[in-house]
Design a protein around this ligand. Structure first.
Ligand code: T6T
Length: 324
């Protein structure tokens, strides 16, 4: 009898230690809302997120708009919120315009983590400000990225001459910070003049015609910094169309597979690859950790890989090229 009672007590305490069956068996659904769906950067981020989801038994939903624009992203977000996922990972397409739409998710009890871009100031969970409710921000250090780009361009142009930034549009945290870092660094180079930034709305064709227009006004232009994938590819195309390959130097942010040819032909001097797969991977891991009762870091930084002619053939470098 004693043994039976002891065994029964053991069973009770063992089951008390275990989470209720319902929580244990729950398959979490995590939604990833990218800046846009047709961009190698977010396609690669999705792959990283899927790898973590597979490892953790999480259902990953990838839902986004075809262009990088709050007007098209907000309805997608609303539709995602209506399906009540367990957590939302999102790359907000505007620092201000996504605050209220994301607050709806937070008010509905859906944890929000921002990946790549942020809302407000990007400093979350401090109790200060209207936009500090996301749990975590997982991204590259974009100010540093802009500084790296400026140093690379300064080296390419022999530390003198006229350059400009080809950028998307104001209000996007990542590209704003890259421009900021670029200008801060260039201020330390007295013989370099940074001309007015050209905004292309994430349209590579527009970036290409802008390059030609800037070159027509400034035939002594020596360099351009393309602050994201489409800005960089567009600006590089503009340089080629203007017949200035190798004369007007290009430093590119982001690393789509097509960057390889542009580097090998001397059209692009340096490309700064982000690590979007890591951003997606850590996004899912962080959401899962939160959902299973663990604390998570309020920010996670991922790195860069600097690509140029000297290293682009090295598999340890080229593995950071984005997926198609
Ligand atoms: O540069 C990335 C991303 O970091 C940025 O926020 C938006 O543009 C990209 O997706 C590249 O197109």
């Amino acid at each position: 009898k004693k043994i039976v009672a002891a065994l029964a007590a053991l069973t009770i305490s063992a089951s008390a230690l275990m989470a209720p069956a319902s929580a244990q068996d729950k398959k979490f659904t995590i939604a990833l809302v990218p800046g846009l769906t047709t961009d190698g950067f977010y396609i690669t981020m999705r792959k990283g997120a899927q790898a973590a989801a597979d490892a953790l038994g999480v259902n990953l939903v990838f839902q986004g708009a075809p262009d990088f624009n709050p007007v098209t992203q907000v309805p997608v977000l609303d539709a995602v919120i209506a399906k009540k996922p367990d957590a939302i990972l999102i790359a907000p397409t505007d620092k201000v315009q996504l605050v209220e739409p994301l607050r709806k998710a937070n008010d509905a009890g859906i944890p929000v983590i921002t990946v790549d871009t942020f809302i407000g100031t990007g400093t979350y969970q401090t109790g200060a400000g209207e936009a500090d409710f996301p749990l975590s921000y997982i991204a590259s250090d974009n100010v540093l990225g802009g500084e790296i780009a400026a140093r690379a361009l300064a080296t390419s142009i022999g530390d003198k001459g006229k350059v400009y930034v080809s950028n998307v549009k104001p209000g996007i945290s990542t590209t704003d910070q890259r421009e900021e870092g670029f200008k801060t660094e260039m201020a330390k180079h007295p013989n370099i003049t940074v001309l007015e930034t050209q905004f292309n709305d994430d349209d590579a064709n527009k970036a290409a015609s802008q390059l030609q227009a800037v070159f027509a006004r400034n035939p002594d232009l020596v360099g351009v910094f393309g602050a994201n994938l489409f800005s960089a590819l567009g600006a590089a195309n503009g340089v080629k169309q203007a017949g200035q390959t190798g004369t007007v130097k290009v430093v590119a942010f982001d690393a789509p597979t097509s960057i390889v040819d542009t580097i090998n032909t001397g059209l692009v001097d340096v490309a700064i690859a982000q690590h979007p797969a890591e951003i997606g991977y850590f996004g899912v891991v962080s959401a899962y950790a939160h959902l299973t009762g663990h604390s998570i870091p309020v920010s996670i930084g991922t790195g860069f890989t600097i690509m140029d002619k000297s290293n682009i053939a090295d598999p340890n470098i080229s593995k950071y090229l984005y997926s198609e």
